[in-house]
Design a protein around this ligand. Structure first.
Ligand code: FE2
Length: 379
């Protein structure tokens, strides 16, 4: 018996676009500018960039004729010697105007004070040699925000090599790298032996650096234990416990600064950062770099108590992971999510030397996407 396929409805040409029936049996509208700009021939497969320039069309794009042939929409354009073929399956992906799928948009997993034995650990030589291990490392960074790289080479080059696995070393206004040890003329509390309260780094820059690397080269002092807490865990609990405070800390930006003889960096940041889904994605907090809050004084009646409630909550035992870093380890963490600090130490009891640098958050996501897919130009 011959099966006669049902006739495919012809596209309906409108003034600014066309309507076409897709696999759901519904008619869907597509704009002519969008169709012309995204013609498959508009892209150069070698550079993977758009090579078509819609700004130089003499007249607004408009279809002279359109028909469906062999699972493709064929458009003959007015005022141009050009024909476009769109696979119908490709149009299906855009009919609902959803944001493009992002494989790096992974759900975050909150962690608490007992997390240290379960911190994802990765061996540096294996990360260098194995792309699959790098993929697992970035997945851990995206979901948990804190990892430890072990077996680090005892060299400056070893830190650079490790950071470059996620992206370029991202300078700040104090340079490409920083050395945390006691300085004779300290410009920062980190460069003393004093306790360092929980904070995120460089809040006076917009954006603050994304991923922090702290390579422990020596740690034989008495004291100096590391403190880390997951800002996502604390802020999500704060949202449930104190919705009004959460609203203030996620909506009102406050000034941060870093000033000395030759620099005067300033930025405004909200203490709690939300992503495009409205989920907590991080924190910016630093007692020693918070500038004088230049907010209306009656707003401060509410803001300051909320700020203090949150600051005290950050220090609750439930959230505080405490451990001693060992030489040969590198802490790698999301500087917008993980707050860090340290206990005071005795500067004369031994050596303590950390060397650090930063890379960007978005570049880490880019590296991840490239590891797990070939993007639009996937074969
Ligand atoms: Fe720091």
């Amino acid at each position: 018996m011959n099966v006669i396929a049902s006739p495919i409805a012809a596209p309906v040409l409108k003034d600014k676009g066309l309507e076409i029936v897709l696999s759901d049996g519904e008619s869907h509208y597509f704009n002519y500018y969008w169709l012309r700009d995204n013609c498959p021939a508009s892209f150069n497969a070698e550079t993977r960039e758009r090579s078509f320039d819609i700004f130089h069309l003499d007249t607004p794009p408009r279809a002279a004729h359109a028909e469906v042939t062999q699972s493709a929409l064929e458009i003959t354009w007015q005022n141009e010697a050009h024909v476009t073929h769109f696979p119908l399956s490709w149009l299906e992906d855009f009919r609902a105007a959803k944001h493009r799928h992002d494989p790096s948009d992974l759900p975050r997993q909150a962690w608490y004070s007992d997390h240290y034995p379960d911190v994802p650990r990765f061996s540096q030589p294996q990360l260098v040699s194995d792309p699959a291990e790098r993929t697992r490392w970035i997945e851990a960074m995206l979901t948990e925000g804190f990892t430890i790289v072990t077996d680090m080479p005892d060299s400056d080059a070893g830190l650079t090599e490790t950071a470059r696995l996620l992206g370029q070393v991202r300078p700040t206004f104090f340079g490409d790298y920083f050395d945390v040890k006691t300085h004779i003329n300290p410009t920062n509390t980190a460069y003393t032996a004093a306790a360092l309260e929980l904070h995120t780094d460089v809040p006076a820059e917009t954006p603050a650096p994304g991923i922090q690397f702290l390579h422990c080269r020596a740690n034989t002092v008495e004291g100096g234990g590391s403190l880390y807490a997951d800002g996502v865990a604390v802020a999500n609990d704060f949202r449930a416990r104190d919705p009004e405070g959460f609203k203030l800390l996620s909506e009102v930006d406050i000034p941060f600064y870093c000033e000395h003889d030759s620099y005067d960096m300033r930025a405004r940041q909200t203490v709690i950062e939300l992503d495009r889904h409205g989920e907590v994605s991080g924190l910016t907090i630093s007692q020693h770099m918070a500038d004088i809050f230049d907010l209306p004084q009656d707003l401060l009646d509410d803001y300051y108590p909320a700020f203090c409630r949150f600051g005290r909550m950050l220090q609750e035992e439930k959230y505080m992971m405490q451990f001693v870093m060992k030489a040969g380890e590198c802490m790698v963490f999301d500087n917008h999510r993980i707050v860090h600090g340290r206990a005071a130490y005795s500067a004369t009891s031994g050596d303590r030397y950390l060397r650090g640098c930063y890379t960007d958050r978005e570049e880490m996501r880019s590296t991840y996407r490239a590891l797990v897919s070939e993007g639009r130009f996937k074969a």
